[in-house]
Design a protein around this ligand. Structure first.
Ligand code: TNX
Length: 760
């Protein structure tokens, strides 16, 4: 390797660079040299020796504001040039790796393959000054030598165009965004329960009917879903890609070395298909159709025939080695009720999971017979999956190693870190998202290979991918918001060599990157600039330490009196400070004189129970156990996102906790701070009962309250937080018991979520 690197660097002179070279994703090696680098001027040209270099050439012409004529290598001498060379001695860097050497004489770009040349130009894009487009005469590039090679073969981003349709022009932009970050797979989720988005010539109903849905006011698109049929007066929503458009996009992606991976969901997530072809829904013993659960009847040969017809056209349109068949979240209820599926399971001694494998394995065989490979979501591992199938994993980080045990190659779209439909900050200003929490730094720090995993299983990890499910992304603008800037962190995970993460360095590199995004007019989320107000309670002194942070570099100004902060009048945050009384903290972040968003605020309530001992009789479930019982008295309110690790979630159990003070104190009010999202099964308590004790042993009820709300309680995705408080005549007590009965709803699990018990 050393000999090789020495060879690559040969010919580059030591000169001083003009600006620091900051590249995302971080290259394998960067050496900045002293002195002036290369001047791109009117006489500069591009020198090539093979037409497979043209994608890299077009990219260079696009990013360079000066006109760069192209010449063939054998056309004689040149003065100043970007020289592209295919160089098989670099094949240890793979055909995607490259060497880039900017010297006063020329810019030498070498790779064993055309992909590497293309990626070298993407690196050059970041070496060009941020405001290069304004430079009309000359552009100077720093003297630098870069050797680079990706860590993973599969570096993907997915886009769900079923829940919300995205136009062709945006898909091309999306592909450009991927290329810019050296990503190479665009996973196109073309089919899901509420929209079929690709023209299938042998089955036009799939788009005539399946691509359109009836718009229902006050309902989310997937609620009360109904396909729209010609003649319906009601407004419709939808769209689909014609095969011509698909070809255009596949070609567009190919020029950027991006594979388009099509996904056709089977055997579940197919409500639209069942509305087009009700005969594919399972039937009971009397031949009556069961409910449309979006699952193909596994015993009906017509299900297989339809999907084979579809896959035939998909194979013709997409040159991708892999075809994604979905396979996630398949409800097996209909199969268990269906007379024909039951008979099939009986005859073959299948469990419902094995019936799913039967369905999936059929298409594994089918795709193999056409020279392609099947990939599906990890649920296809249930039952007896064909050994040749490849897995796309979407579970949490802790399940990766276990899912590799069955020996299938796997792409990690790890749900705990790479779901870009999850929130990027805990601010109340974030637009509605799916629920989880994956801020930039968490994404950046994700290490895909589990610690301690042996070589053999680690080798099964083909790479990483981020998923963008668009339930809450109605348009391209919102997709960009969720993708940026996290795509930069993803590219580092996917490309950078293992063990070289450096958050501080990444933060600095994001400065010019953000400017580049801005110059491309990308709708970048400001989330990484939103001040995060953190509390830490000292249980001995009962003082609260306040820390203010932004993920990306910015100044923070704050107030403690509830007034709006501004950079002229308010205090600049320099280090954590303590509070010994309640305060409303408001903070803004400011960068280059610009306020980066609305103020963030958080109430610090220093009450009598802060730091007291707590015993909790109703245990929260593990996923929602925050800091355990201490959560209830840590003075840190959870805010409006119940999944953020600051809330205790208690399932199907009446809440019960006891607060024990160091010594008897006088109390006249107790509050319990709760959150509700009925659509997610989280309800406010059905009441509150308080009892106090002077000795910590015998308790006496002092007050209770019943939540007399209207029932049944409507299910919505609205989120509410509320403190339920009861006042009473002051009592001196050593401990207080708080009980809150859980709402009871037939046939449903019900959560109570609590973040603080407040004593005054
Ligand atoms: C689960 S991840 C799904 C999608 C949803 C997503 C929302 C997967 C294979 N299936 O249908 O859109 O959660 O985060």
């Amino acid at each position: 390797m050393l000999v090789l690197l020495a060879g690559i660097f040969f010919g580059c002179q030591n000169k001083r660079s003009l600006i620091p070279v900051q590249v995302i994703p971080e290259p394998l090696q960067i050496r900045e040299n002293q002195g002036t680098g290369f001047i791109v001027g009117s006489e500069t040209c591009i020198v090539i020796s093979d037409s497979i270099m043209l994608p890299a050439v077009s990219l260079l012409q696009k990013i360079c504001p000066l006109q760069l004529p192209v010449r063939w290598e054998n056309e004689g001498e040149y003065e100043s040039a970007f020289v592209f060379k295919l160089d098989q001695t670099l094949d240890s860097l793979s055909s995607e790796g490259y060497s880039l050497c900017v010297s006063p004489q020329n810019v030498m770009i070498r790779s064993a393959g055309p992909e590497g040349l293309f990626y070298a130009v993407e690196t050059l894009r970041q070496i060009f000054p941020v405001n290069a487009e304004k430079m009309v005469d000359e552009i100077s590039l720093p003297a630098v030598e870069i050797t680079d090679s990706p860590r993973f073969l599969w570096r993907g981003v997915h886009l769900d165009v079923s829940r919300h349709f995205m136009p062709v022009d945006f898909i091309k932009k999306y592909i450009d965004y991927l290329a810019m970050h050296k990503l190479n797979v665009f996973h196109w989720h073309l089919v899901d329960g509420i929209g079929w988005r690709i023209e299938i010539k042998s089955h036009p109903e799939l788009t005539d009917v399946g691509a359109w849905r009836v718009v229902k006011e006050d309902k989310m698109p997937w609620q009360d879903f109904e396909v729209w049929k010609a003649g319906d007066e009601r407004p419709k929503y939808g769209g689909f890609y014609t095969q011509e458009e698909i070809k255009e996009i596949v070609a567009y992606a190919r020029e950027r070395f991006i594979t388009v991976l099509p996904e056709i969901e089977l055997p579940g997530h197919s409500e639209t298909v069942m509305q087009c072809y009700p005969e594919l829904i399972c039937r009971d013993a009397r031949g009556k159709s069961l409910n449309n659960t979006g699952v193909y009847c596994a015993s009906n040969p017509a299900s297989y025939r339809l999907l084979e017809d579809v896959l035939d056209e998909i194979i013709d349109l997409f040159p991708s080695e892999y075809i994604h068949i979905g396979g996630d979240e398949v409800g097996k209820d209909n199969w268990v009720k269906c007379a024909a599926c039951r008979a099939m399971m009986k005859k073959n001694h299948y469990t419902p999971h094995e019936l799913q494998s039967h369905f999936v394995n059929h298409f594994d065989e089918y795709l193999k017979s056409k020279g392609r490979k099947l990939i599906g979501w990890h649920e296809i591992l249930e039952g007896k999956l064909s050994p040749s199938a490849t897995i796309m994993y979407w579970g949490g980080e802790s399940g990766v190693a276990e899912h590799l045990q069955k020996g299938h190659p796997m792409v990690l779209t790890t749900g705990s870190h790479l779901y870009f439909d999850h929130y990027q900050s805990l601010s109340k200003h974030e637009p509605k998202a799916f629920g989880g929490f994956s801020p930039l730094q968490k994404v950046y720090n994700y290490e895909p290979v589990p610690e301690g995993l042996d070589e053999q299983h680690s080798a099964l990890i083909m790479g990483v991918q981020a998923n963008l499910w668009t339930e809450y992304m109605p348009d391209p603008k919102q997709v960009e918001y969720m993708l940026f800037p996290r795509i930069a962190a993803l590219s580092e995970i996917a490309w950078q060599a293992k063990g070289r993460k450096n958050w501080a360095h990444f933060r600095e590199k994001m400065e010019p990157m953000m400017q580049r995004y801005q110059s491309l007019s990308v709708n970048v989320a400001p989330s990484a600039f939103r001040p995060d107000i953190q509390f830490e309670l000292d249980t001995t002194t009962k003082q609260l330490t306040v820390n203010l942070q932004t993920e990306l570099i910015a100044d923070i100004y704050y107030t403690l009196d509830g007034s709006e902060p501004d950079s002229a009048k308010s205090t600049l945050f320099t280090k954590p400070f303590t509070l010994d009384q309640s305060a409303l903290i408001k903070a803004i972040s400011v960068k280059n004189g610009r306020t980066m968003g609305p103020s963030e605020e958080k109430q610090a309530t220093l009450h009598k129970a802060c730091g007291a001992k707590v015993e909790i009789q109703s245990m929260p479930i593990q996923k929602y156990s925050a800091k355990g019982a201490f959560t209830l008295v840590d003075a840190d309110f959870g805010g409006d996102k119940w999944g953020n690790g600051k809330w205790l979630g208690i399932l199907d159990t009446d809440f019960s906790a006891t607060i024990i003070f160091d010594q008897p104190i006088s109390v006249s009010k107790i509050g319990m701070s709760c959150i509700e999202e009925t659509g997610a099964g989280i309800y406010f308590p059905a009441g509150l009962e308080l009892a106090v004790s002077e000795d910590g042993k015998s308790f006496q009820s002092i007050k209770s309250w019943k939540n007399e709300r209207e029932r049944p309680i409507a299910k919505t995705s609205d989120i509410q937080t509320r403190t339920f408080s009861l006042d009473f005549d002051p009592v001196v007590c050593k401990s207080i018991q708080i009980k809150a009965p859980v709402e009871r709803i037939r046939g449903e699990g019900v959560f109570i979520f609590v973040d603080e018990i407040i004593a005054e």
